[in-house]
Design a protein around this ligand. Structure first.
Ligand SMILES: Nc1nc2c(c(=O)[nH]1)N[C@H]1C(S)=C(S)[C@@H](COP(=O)(O)OP(=O)(O)OC[C@H]3O[C@@H](n4cnc5c(=O)[nH]c(N)nc54)[C@H](O)[C@@H]3O)O[C@H]1N2
Ligand SMILES: Nc1nc2c(c(=O)[nH]1)N[C@H]1C(S)=C(S)[C@@H](COP(=O)(O)OP(=O)(O)OC[C@H]3O[C@@H](n4cnc5c(=O)[nH]c(N)nc54)[C@H](O)[C@@H]3O)O[C@H]1N2
Ligand SMILES: [Mo]
Length: 771
């Protein structure tokens, strides 16, 4: 029996606030998870399904890209993974009857939370031009409709093919192959909004746009710096690795404007002591940096190391390039400016310097706190400078560790989902498949929105994700999407992007990773690559949510046949029947995948080669690891304004909202909250509990407004504020992006607070009257 979703939209946003927690996980996490999972799929199914996550014969956890420990036999409990699985394995269904009962205009008024709660989509649905409702459509007809629109285009570059990061290697390889045989490199992906800055900075400096550490390196590190990341919520399994490192004597430094509970203390749910006891303290030194102050911090450390002559001179001489210029720049680092940019005490920075001197090996981990600023690329290059100084790249226990988000976002890139593919990759495609791939660079996320806005792109096709909600400048993005002639989404669940559509729209429902994928030659498996370059198999275990669902590879194959027909040189029909045939081709096109079908069947899979990590070979333009000497930048915020970061709560997965609580930060029952320093609130005439609008100010004089946020006094540096994404995406101008990577600067939005009497829709709230 299908489980019923709540009938009314429950988003009566009425946040209640308690004290932030001082530890993450433990028994409360297990209890909370089983309640969420049980509501979606019943307690028995929940327990049985969760036992299959990350097992040798099971499916890869869709929760995040953190690697699994090597010796895996018991289920490693992870609240994040369990919620992601429950969300997908839900028994609720969105059938054609649902669409008949809900006109699109009605669905467009619902919250993203409500849409997601309705359950799994069961059949392909079509919204004809001018129609009020989606109607069921046979698969064959859906592909014909897409083919007809694509054939109408003046150029293949008028189509955009977006990918979110859950797509398997096999589906991603086919998707880019189709787009390129069709004739375009317009392959934007969620990475453009996520770790693009890491990729840009690391490719230039180390020659490989991926992390250079394995799990074992983290376990062996003597010092781990976690900057701009909240693993307690977003990568909970990372806390077990930090705990293990700590037990081995590592010290941990947290650089973050917020004191995040998971990094303070971890109660390991795998151990009895962790479940019930006080847990392991993780952070030895907490540096409450100002938003965007990280480049200045790492530059200051560089200066201190140079002054102390605590350098690995042999490594620098043999393996690096550009040291003299960097040294000259670092020597000019000025304490006044460092303290202004970072908001830190000099004594704390010197303490960190001493810890670096004491450590034979250092790993720096980071996520969105470093990648989503205007100067993110120079910031991450500065992390590399810092590590190179003491040879902390390419030796055990040391290196760069950008922690990826979506479970296969790194693999999708490896498979060629990239709007700026290297020439060697395109050459390999041509050699293997015998067609001429387009060479001109395609559109990334921000450029795709501009193209849609300006009428230069007319068809938008998404392999997963929730583009309109995830992208910046919501009003601009939604208007751009509405100008398209056709929007198509391959999806598991309903979201905002299905109700803000082009003239026509299609929803193509697909299997999730938890589900069995049976094709003509039998049951198939797919593969994924984690954040540390390990590739392994994923086998769904549950029966498909509905009989009509197609797998992502099958959808691409049928789409390609409908669009390309006889002109194609690719055996699409064979690929759909037997994924081994896809892997054979990947093996011949993508470096590091030779013998793919054999190696991926070994328990635990295999590790992709990584020159800097494996042999200190740096495939950069200079053939060495590059120091860079960019000027130090940091945000300048006008008087009376704050810098807003837009981040995740504990009960969400990107645009998927699981619930309205942010347990570790002590917030319950609402998401429209803004965390600000008490003195900044007072300066804006606001008390804790007051309601305010957030108004962003852009350089062209334009303003954007998000209404009705409850003020919460929170320990964050003066001048900094935090609120949840995607509610605040309306505030981020489309053109506000990082230099080089073009990633929306979602952690650096200049705002002012404008007091309102009450929360929208909830009537006046008790508290001091408006002043
Ligand atoms: N449960 C759950 N898990 C997830 C996701 C999810 O939404 N929910 N999303 C997945 C995805 S796609 C991703 S990319 C990752 C995201 O993982 P995170 O990057 O951890 O996610 P955010 O919530 O954006 O948190 C950013 C962190 O950086 C800090 N920060 C912000 N600005 C700065 C700064 O200027 N300097 C420093 N030093 N710190 C800063 C913030 O205070 C916060 O702790 O998580 C993945 N896992
Ligand atoms: N302001 C602000 N904006 C941000 C960020 C931020 O920190 N602040 N973070 C950015 C980041 S890091 C990222 S990664 C992006 C995320 O951008 P996206 O990846 O586009 O968004 P998600 O919310 O992860 O996508 C969720 C949808 O994916 C679909 N889905 C789930 N599983 C599957 C599957 O197996 N197959 C298919 N085909 N579909 C599936 C479901 O329909 C679900 O509604 O958002 C970015 N936007
Ligand atoms: Mo992400």
């Amino acid at each position: 029996m299908a489980k019923k979703a709540p009938a009314s939209d429950p988003v009566q946003d009425a946040p209640r606030v308690g004290a932030p927690k001082k530890a993450a996980a433990g028994l409360p996490a297990v209890g909370h998870t089983m309640a969420v999972a049980g509501a979606q799929m019943g307690a028995r199914r929940a327990a049985l399904t969760l036992l299959k996550v990350n097992q040798k014969d099971g499916f890869d956890c869709p929760g995040c890209a953190w690697p699994e420990p090597e010796h895996r036999h018991t289920f490693e409990f992870c609240e994040n993974g369990a919620k992601a699985v429950a969300e997908e394995a839900t028994l609720r269904r969105v059938t054609p009857d649902f669409f008949a009962a809900h006109p699109v205009a009605d669905l467009a008024r619902r919250s993203g939370y409500w849409l997601g709660q309705q359950g799994r989509i069961t059949q392909p649905m079509y919204l004809p031009e001018g129609a009020e409702r989606y109607e069921a459509v046979p698969w064959e007809r859906a592909f014909e409709l897409i083919a007809a629109e694509l054939h109408e285009l003046d150029s293949p570059d008028e189509a955009v093919f977006y990918t979110s990061g859950r797509t398997s290697n096999e589906a991603a390889f086919l998707f880019q192959l189709f787009a390129r045989e069709f004739g375009t490199n317009n392959l934007p992906d969620c990475s453009n909004m996520c770790h693009e800055s890491s990729g840009s900075a690391l490719t230039e400096t180390l020659g490989v746009g991926k992390g250079s550490v394995l799990l074992d390196d983290l376990h062996r590190a003597e010092l781990i710096i976690v900057a701009g990341q909240n693993p307690g919520t977003n990568h909970p399994r990372m806390l077990s690795a930090l705990e293990k490192a700590k037990r081995g004597g590592a010290r941990i430094v947290t650089v973050n404007p917020l004191p995040e509970a998971g990094l303070e203390r971890f109660r390991n749910p795998q151990t009895a002591a962790g479940l019930a006891g006080g847990g392991t303290p993780l952070t030895d030194l907490f540096l409450p940096v100002r938003l965007g102050g990280d480049q200045a911090l790492f530059r200051a450390l560089g200066r201190l190391l140079i002054e102390a002559d605590a350098l690995d001179h042999d490594f620098i001489a043999e393996h690096t390039h550009g040291f003299a210029d960097y040294r000259a720049a670092a020597r000019t680092a000025d304490w006044d400016e460092t303290l202004r940019a970072t908001g830190l005490d000099r004594a704390d920075i010197e303490k960190l310097h001493t810890m670096v001197l004491d450590a034979k090996s250092v790993v720096v981990c980071w996520a969105m706190g470093l990648t989503q600023h205007k100067h993110s690329v120079p910031t991450i290059r500065e992390v590399v400078n810092f590590l190179l100084l003491r040879g902390n790249v390419g030796r055990p226990g040391a290196g760069v560790c950008p922690v990826r988000g979506h479970s296969n976002v790194q693999g999708d890139r490896t498979m060629g989902i990239f709007e700026r593919p290297p020439a060697a990759f395109l050459d390999a495609l041509r050699k293997e498949f015998g067609f001429e791939p387009p060479r001109e660079h395609g559109l990334d996320v921000v450029r795709a929105i501009r193209a849609l806005r300006d009428g230069d792109a007319k068809v938008f096709f998404a392999m997963g994700g929730n583009f309109v909600a995830a992208a910046p400048d919501t009003d601009v993005t939604e208007a751009a999407m509405r100008r398209a002639r056709l929007t198509v989404h391959v999806s598991t669940k309903l979201n905002r992007s299905h109700v803000v559509t082009g003239a026509r729209a299609l929803i193509l429902p697909t299997l999730g990773r938890t589900e069995k994928d049976v094709q003509a030659t039998g049951e198939q498996f797919v593969t994924v690559e984690d954040s540390m370059g390990m590739v392994h198999a994923s086998r769904g275990k549950l029966p498909p949510a509905a009989p009509q669902l197609l797998s992502e590879p099958a959808i691409v194959c049928r789409l390609a046949r409908a669009v390309l027909g006889h002109r194609s040189t690719v055996p699409w029909a064979d690929f759909a029947q037997d994924y081994d045939l896809i892997r054979d081709r990947i093996a011949r096109v993508v470096p590091g995948f030779d013998d793919f079908n054999t190696k991926v069947r070994r328990p635990g899979g295999f590790t992709l080669p990584h020159g800097p990590r494996d042999s200190r070979t740096f495939p950069t333009a200079t053939g060495k690891a590059n120091f860079t000497a960019a000027p130090v930048e940091y945000p300048h915020v006008p008087e009376g304004r704050l810098l807003l970061q837009t981040l995740r709560s504990h009960d969400q997965y990107n645009t998927t909202i699981y619930g309205l609580d942010d347990r570790y930060r002590g917030i319950k029952g609402g998401r429209r909250v803004v965390l600000v320093h008490a003195d900044d609130a007072a300066a804006a005439g606001l008390a804790d509990g007051d309601y305010t609008d957030l108004v962003s100010e852009w350089t062209d004089g334009s303003e954007r407004r998000a209404e009705g946020f409850r003020v919460i006094h929170y320990p964050t540096p003066r001048g900094c504020a935090a609120a949840y994404y995607p509610e605040t995406n309306v505030l981020i101008p489309l053109d506000h992006t990082a230099a080089t990577s073009n990633t929306p600067a979602s952690k650096s939005v200049v705002i002012r607070l404008e007091r309102t009497g009450h929360a929208p829709g909830s009537g006046p709230v008790p508290g001091p009257a408006a002043g």
